[in-house]
Ligand binder design. Structure first.
Ligand SMILES: [Zn+2]
Length: 501
């Protein structure tokens, strides 16, 4: 028996792979689970006891794809496609200082924690170029909350307007000049900034990791993508990109590369075990096979995909080929929440729009596994988080069994996926320490954060008003052009064909 310092007793624990939550005691040593014991077995008085009566304990949910910078921008848009959202990026994320970055990440993290998520993969907006202080302000937010995170700044050496073949030509001359003036930083400047960050990263690897995020392959030259690849290998960083998120991206790739996005990335040597693809809606079976043979993973974001009208990613063929799949919320500017219970539920539900029998749908246990172990694999942390098992970190979510969502408790797994919305979460423990205790966050002064966030949002709205006006002038041309281009990718059944009129 290992040296146990803490025993969590009195709870029902959702054991791996089963529907039923059973009475069990969790024995903790330092920051991890030492053993799962029959209820009431540990009687030693030298062990700290945590009474968890009337609680259901599940592994912390893991968000495989989000954007911390979305915290200050939730609800900012309504009927916008991915391309309209990208066009709005300048005013959504512009003119932010490091305190804004901290606050936005904190808001995103607070929502994740309150809704039972203990770790995330954050693709942070730091255009035109990531700064060391900016990265540390984001890392500080997760540190203050006690969360685990991979922080991967979104980088590129092409603007959105340059990335879509033919888009600049579609603008009238005055708007074209405006769009052409919106540029990214040179590739070597961005890669040098990432090298400096990687070389000096000092956060514990099991807590806050740095990652590479060449944000969208079309937004990156091949040389830039190769530079990202080399840095990821040299500093052993995970690498994530938005892959074939919209039909526009599939069609644009066929035009630009003469092949699909995944095959192009394969030619550049980007695929591999450290690679993960966010969204991966508009990929074909050849692309899935490439991901499977190279060991890449997918972050499935069903809520965001519906929200932005991107279509529905078909995960069954991906799972059938053994590709690890995690579940993500995406950022709050495109989702617009950080509710992993909702994301899990949608992952289960959207699997049912494809014409397959019920046994091929994603069910409750599978959805739960994707949102825990699957997402942990996307973060590169599959050997330490995502499971309640000996040797794994004590990242645990305690739900109130008297909450209406769980009364009566007919089937724990099915109610977590099909009923729960995060409101039954009472306590969250990460690495053996409570970060949410009886509904209160332990690491931050929430009323102060509220005041600061409101002030920051108001200031940024004024500061970005002119940028917003410019984006709104560009938007109609972008929308029209991209709808037309996207139709070229409709060889894949990812969107329903509408009746005329
Ligand atoms: Zn995203």
């Amino acid at each position: 028996m290992p040296t146990v310092q803490t025993v969590i007793t009195g709870a029902l624990v959702l054991a791996e792979g089963t529907r039923q939550a059973l009475p069990a005691d969790l024995l903790l040593q330092d920051d991890h689970i030492a053993a799962i014991a029959p209820a009431g077995q540990v009687t030693s008085e030298t062990v700290q006891r945590i009474d968890a009566a009337d609680r259901l304990i599940i592994p912390g949910l893991v968000n495989a794809h989000t954007h911390g910078h979305g915290g200050l921008a939730k609800g900012a848009g309504d009927r916008w496609s991915l391309e309209l959202l990208l066009n709005a990026g300048g005013w959504l994320n512009g003119r932010r200082n490091d305190d804004d970055r901290y606050l936005s990440t904190l808001l995103t993290g607070v929502e994740m924690l309150r809704k039972g998520c203990t770790a995330c993969y954050d693709l942070a907006a730091m255009l035109p170029v990531p700064t060391q202080d900016g990265l540390h302000s984001i890392a500080q937010a997760y540190t203050d909350l006690g969360m685990r995170a991979v922080i991967a700044p979104m980088i590129a050496d092409r603007s959105f307007y340059e990335a879509i073949p033919g888009l600049l030509d579609a603008f009238p001359p005055d708007l074209r000049a405006t769009a052409e003036a919106l540029r990214t930083a040179p590739a070597d400047v961005t890669l040098a900034a990432m090298r400096t960050a990687a070389a000096s990263w000092h956060y514990p690897a099991d807590r806050i990791r740095l990652g590479m995020a060449p944000t969208i392959p079309l937004h990156c030259s091949d040389e830039f993508l190769c530079g990202c690849r080399d840095l990821a290998v040299e500093y052993e960083m995970p690498l994530q990109t938005h892959l074939a998120e919209s039909p526009v991206q599939r069609a644009a790739a066929l035009q630009r590369y003469g092949t699909t996005l995944t095959r192009h990335l394969d030619k550049l040597g980007i695929l591999g075990p450290r690679f993960s693809a966010a969204h991966a809606i508009w990929i074909d079976t050849d692309e899935i096979d490439l991901l499977a043979s190279h060991g890449g993973a997918i972050a499935h974001n069903p809520g965001s995909n519906l929200r932005l009208g991107n279509g529905i990613a078909d995960m069954r063929p991906v799972l059938a080929r053994g590709v690890p799949v995690g579940v993500g919320t995406d950022g709050s500017a495109s989702a617009d929440n950080q509710n992993m219970f909702e994301a899990m539920r949608l992952a289960a539900f959207v699997s049912r729009v494809f014409d397959r029998p019920p046994e091929a749908w994603i069910g409750a246990i599978e959805a739960l596994n994707l949102a825990t172990q699957g997402s942990a694999a996307v973060l590169g942390m599959a050997d330490s988080i995502g499971r309640i098992a000996p040797g794994y970190k004590a990242d645990l979510v305690f739900l109130d069994l008297s909450h209406v969502n769980l009364v009566p408790l007919n089937d724990a797994a099915q109610q977590l996926v099909n009923t729960e919305d995060g409101t039954a979460v009472r306590d969250v423990m990460i690495g053996g320490k409570f970060v949410l205790r009886d509904g209160t966050l332990t690491g931050i002064d929430w009323p102060r954060i509220v005041a600061r966030a409101r002030a920051a949002a108001e200031r940024l709205q004024d500061a970005n008003a002119a940028t917003r006006a410019t984006a709104e002038r560009l938007a109609p041309v972008i929308s029209h052009f991209c709808v037309g281009l996207g139709h070229c990718a409709h060889d894949l059944p990812r969107k329903l064909r509408a009746d005329a009129g």
